[in-house]
Ligand binder design. Structure first.
Ligand code: ZN
Length: 348
């Protein structure tokens, strides 16, 4: 049992004062680096390479994330059962929380616990609803034991499931950030997204909104609609991919001209060519912040470069700002007098 002091200022004080930046996307980034398997997407890396998880937390905080989110996404009982390692669920959660806690404490960032979609939620089955609730209860209990500052419940597609997570988090006495993952073409399974957020807000969620699935272009109008319909803080954490009305989610891109993709679907291994750059993500952050959306981040596909640009556009000076681009001293494009003439000659 830890005796961690609560981070000050806390989440709500920070949100009342201005934006809070939250880096997500640990599954994708560690998959890309070769330490996590796409498909099952279970964060066994927490046990196998804790140093890499710690380092990625540090990179995101260095880039400007105000939140260290414990890597317990899909570290729940259902997922561990799928890979035949259910008995390891508690250790994985407690280790992930301890790693995140270490980085939060050394940096002053907020420590967040995390629960997510259980993949077993069936509104018509009392047994499934109870089992999902028990999964939330054990994960939230472990998070509370780690003295998290708040708990994130994310990527819910059912309002009913999100409500169960919210109730569990609030019963444990923690602030709750609850975000839905939109199901193309723009809905949740049991409500429309705005109605879903309103129900969470009415039930006491501290922050409501969206993460994952939708890119900045398609998430923006939904975020705007939610901002107009709830009085609590609003969250927007898109995936950094160029989604469109035709392809609103990163699940729904199709490229019929490629014969190396199953069904022409680039998810998840061939999304690179759809990626948003850091300036596009900063532009999204500025636009939602202008609407008074204050909990801002990036989900699957996020890199520290996205987070730094978002931090900078929101007026922050994260440690990584020291290395932000300065083209004045570029070898051939530089304008600084010290750049040699002979080098500059090739600029054109
Ligand atoms: Zn995601």
């Amino acid at each position: 049992m830890t005796t961690r002091q609560p981070t000050s200022p806390d989440l709500m004080e920070r949100l009342d004062a201005g934006p809070v930046i939250c880096a997500e996307g640990y599954l994708f980034e560690l998959e890309r680096r070769g330490y996590l398997q796409a498909g099952p997407y279970v964060p066994e890396v927490v046990l196998e390479h804790p140093d890499l998880v710690r380092q990625l937390h540090r990179e995101f905080v260095h880039a400007g994330s105000d939140v260290v989110e414990a890597f317990t996404y899909y570290a729940h009982r259902e997922k561990l059962t799928v890979i035949g390692k259910e008995q390891g669920v508690e250790r994985l959660n407690r280790d992930a929380l301890a790693i995140a806690s270490e980085v939060a404490d050394e940096s002053g960032a907020l420590l967040a616990g995390n629960v997510c979609n259980t993949n077993i939620w069936n509104p018509d089955s009392a047994r499934s609803r109870t089992a999902a609730r028990e999964m939330f209860e054990e994960q939230v209990e472990w998070a509370v034991d780690a003295d998290v500052d708040f708990v994130i419940g994310e990527t819910f597609e059912w309002v009913g499931e999100a409500m169960a997570a919210l109730e569990t988090i609030k019963a444990a006495g923690k602030h709750a950030v609850i975000t839905f993952s939109i199901v193309p073409p723009g809905t949740l399974f049991d409500a429309n997204p705005v109605e879903g957020c309103r129900r969470l807000a009415d039930a006491g969620a501290d922050v409501v909104g969206f993460n994952c699935s939708y890119g900045p272009g398609t998430m923006l109008p939904l975020v705007e609609a939610v901002r107009e319909n709830v009085s609590c803080h609003v969250a927007a954490l898109p995936v950094p991919y160029r989604t469109t009305d035709e392809h609103p989610s990163f699940f729904s891109f199709r490229d019929p001209n490629r014969d190396d993709l199953p069904d022409g679907n680039p998810f998840p291994a061939a999304l690179d060519s759809y990626a948003c750059d850091r300036l596009e993500m900063a532009s999204f952050a500025r636009r939602v912040h202008d609407m008074d959306v204050r909990y801002i981040g990036v989900c699957c596909g996020a890199g520290p470069h996205h987070i730094r640009s978002i931090a900078e556009v929101l007026g922050r000076t994260p440690p990584a700002r020291r290395y932000s681009p300065d083209m004045s001293k570029h070898a051939s494009l530089g304008t600084d007098p010290i750049v040699t003439e002979v080098s500059r000659r090739y600029a054109d």
